[in-house]
Design a protein around this ligand. Structure first.
Ligand code: NAD
Length: 472
C-alpha cells in the first residue's frame, strides 16, 4: 500500500509522530539504496503518474465535484490536463535535465574542468492546498520524482474526496517504497513536520507558511512556499474593453469561482472609465452565467461553511455597505455566492485588507492610471499582477515598477500554463518557484564538481609563504 489513511471522523488519528518517523526511515532506506536515482525509475514513475491521470479522469472530476462542485470543464482542463502536460514535458526533457551542465573554469585552477551536477535532495515532503487539490498536490510531485527524490505527499483535508482518491491512486500506480501519501489535517501534518526532511514544499496560506518555515528551521531544511496574496488587475482606458472583461471574468469566476491563488483579487481603474467597465462586466457575466448565477453549473461553490462565513463577513462590513454594483446574492445552504462587484471600496475596508479568495471583486478608482503602481507597491508583494492596456509606455512602466511574483499583460492567470517561466511568489506571496525545468531544479541540489589532473602543480600555493611569493 502506498498510503497512510487516517481515521477521519472523530476517531483517534492513527498517524502520529512514531508512524511518521517510521515512514521517513523506510523512505530514507530506499533513497540511500539508490532506488530513486536512475533515469529508468524516474521515467517509470512519471509514466505511472501520467497513466493514473489518463485512466481516472472521470473519477478525478467526480471527486472535485464532491469537494467543490467544480465544473467538469475546469476539472479536465485546469487539473487533469495541466498535470498530464507536466508529466509529458518532464518525460520529454528528463534526459536533458539530468545531464551535468559544463562550467567554465578560471586561470587559477588551470588545468581543470568543471560541471554542475543536479543531485537529488533525498526525502521530501509536499503539503498541498484544497483549491486545485489534484493538480496542486501532484504537480510538485512531478518535479520531485524527476529530480530523483523519495516523496511524501500530504493533500489537503479540506478537499476530502480528492485526498482519498489521491491516496488510493498513488498507492496503485507508483512505487510505494519511495512515494507515499499521508492523509490528514493538523495533527498528522504536525507529526510529519517533526521529522527531518531534505525539502518541504508547501502550498497554502501565509499563516501556516510561517509554521512550516519554523518547523523546517529546526532541521535547517530548505523550503518552497507557494502562498497567495492580493493580486491586482489594472485596467487602463486604452484597452479592448470586451476582451479585457472576458479575460478577467475567466481568471476570477472561471477559476474555481475566485478560489484560486492567481485570480484577480481587485481591480484598479480610473474614475472616468469605471462605469464603462462595470457595465461591460454585467453584460459579459450575464452571457456567461445567465440571469441566475447562483444556479449556474459553471461556477464552483464555496468550499465549506468557514470560508462562506469569512466571505460573508467581507461583504457585510459596514465600510462597503452600498458599494455592491453587481451580484451580492448568497445561498448559505448550498454554499453559493454569485459573482459580486463592488465599486469604490475604501482601502481600509476588510475586503481590501486580506486576500479575498472567493467570488467578490472590488474596484478601486484613481484619477491617473499610474497611481495604481503606488497602491500595489504599498501593500505586500502579490503572487500575480495584471495590466490591460494598448499603451506601450504604460506596459513598460508596469513591468519595471510593480513588484509581484509574476505578471501577465492583457490577460490573467495564463502564466501558469507557460512552463518555460518560473511560477512562484515573492515576499509574503512565497519563496522559491517551480513548473517545467524550475520544478526539477527546486528538488535538486546543484553540486559543483571540479576535476583536476596531477599536471601543472604550481609550487606558489604551498608554504613556506615567502616574500617572493607574496610579490607575484
Ligand atoms: P489548506 O487549508 O488546504 O491548507 C494547506 C495545507 O496546510 C493543508 O494540507 C493543511 O492540512 C495544512 N495545514 C493547515 N493548518 C496547518 C497547521 N496548523 N500546521 C500544519 N499544517 C497545516 O489551504 P489554504 O491555506 O486555505 O489555501 C488557500 C491559500 O493558499 C490562499 O492564500 C492561496 O492564495 C494559497 N494558494 C497558493 C497557491 C500557489 O501556488 N502559490 C496555490 C493555491 C493556493
Amino acid at each position: 500500500m502506498g498510503s497512510e489513511v487516517v481515521e477521519k471522523s472523530g476517531g483517534k488519528a492513527s498517524f502520529d509522530v512514531g508512524a511518521a518517523a517510521e515512514l521517513v526511515e523506510g523512505l530514507r532506506g530506499a533513497f540511500a539504496a539508490g532506488r530513486t536515482r536512475s533515469y529508468h525509475w524516474r521515467q517509470s514513475q512519471l509514466q505511472g503518474l501520467l497513466k493514473m491521470t489518463e485512466e481516472h479522469e472521470q473519477e478525478i472530476a467526480d471527486s472535485l465535484r464532491a469537494d467543490l462542485s467544480k465544473p467538469e470543464f475546469e476539472s479536465f482542463v485546469y487539473e487533469a490536463a495541466m498535470l498530464k502536460n507536466s508529466c509529458r514535458l518532464a518525460l520529454k526533457e528528463l534526459k536533458r535535465w539530468m545531464v551535468p551542465e559544463k562550467a567554465k573554469t578560471s586561470v587559477t585552477t588551470f588545468p581543470s574542468s568543471a560541471e554542475i551536477l543536479s543531485e537529488p535532495l533525498g526525502v521530501v515532503l509536499i503539503i498541498s492546498a484544497w483549491n486545485y487539490p489534484y493538480y496542486l498536490s501532484l504537480d510538485p510531485v512531478v518535479g520531485a520524482i524527476a529530480a530523483g527524490n523519495a516523496v511524501v505527499l500530504k493533500p489537503s483535508e479540506v478537499a476530502p474526496a480528492t485526498s482519498s482518491l489521491l491516496a488510493k491512486l498513488v498507492g496503485e500506480y507508483l512505487d510505494a517504497t519511495c512515494i507515499r501519501v499521508v492523509e490528514g489535517a493538523v495533527p498528522e501534518t504536525s507529526a510529519l513536520l517533526e521529522q527531518k526532511w531534505d525539502k518541504i514544499f508547501y502550498t497554502g496560506n501565509g499563516r501556516v507558511g510561517r509554521i512550516i518555515m519554523a518547523a523546517a528551521a529546526k532541521h535547517l531544511t530548505p523550503v518552497v512556499l507557494e502562498l497567495g496574496g492580493k493580486s491586482p488587475a489594472v485596467v487602463d482606458s486604452d484597452t479592448d474593453l470586451k476582451v479585457s472583461c472576458r479575460r478577467i471574468i475567466v481568471g476570477k469566476w472561471g477559476c474555481n469561482n475566485g478560489q484560486a491563488c492567481v485570480s484577480p483579487d481587485y481591480i484598479i481603474t480610473t474614475k472616468d472609465y469605471a462605469p464603462k467597465l462595470v457595465d461591460a462586466f454585467k453584460h459579459e457575466l450575464e452571457k456567461f452565467y445567465g440571469k441566475n448565477p447562483l444556479g449556474s453549473k459553471d461556477l464552483s461553490r464555496i468550499v465549506n461553511s468557514n470560508h462562506f462565513s469569512r466571505l460573508s463577513k467581507l461583504l457585510d462590513d459596514d465600510k462597503v455597505s452600498g458599494k455592491v454594483v453587481h451580484g451580492g446574492q448568497r445561498d448559505e445552504s448550498e454554499l453559493r455566492i454569485e459573482p459580486t462587484i463592488l465599486l469604490d471600496v475604501p482601502r481600509d475596508s476588510l475586503i481590501m485588507e486580506e486576500e479575498i479568495f472567493g467570488p467578490l471583486l472590488p474596484i478601486l478608482t484613481v484619477t491617473k492610471i499610474e497611481e495604481s503602481f503606488d497602491i500595489i507597491n504599498s501593500g505586500t508583494k502579490p503572487l500575480a499582477a495584471y495590466l490591460f492596456t494598448n499603451d506601450k509606455k504604460l506596459k513598460e512602466k508596469f513591468v519595471t515598477c510593480v513588484m509581484a511574483g509574476g505578471m501577465v499583460v492583457n490577460d490573467t492567470t495564463v502564466h501558469l500554463a507557460v512552463p518555460t517561466v518560473p511560477f512562484g511568489g515573492v515576499g509574503e506571496s512565497g519563496m522559491g518557484a517551480y513548473h517545467g525545468k524550475f520544478s526539477f531544479d527546486a528538488f535538486s541540489h546543484k553540486k559543483a564538481v571540479v576535476y583536476r589532473s596531477f599536471m601543472g602543480d604550481a609550487a606558489l600555493r604551498y608554504p613556506p609563504y615567502t616574500s617572493l611569493k607574496l610579490r607575484l
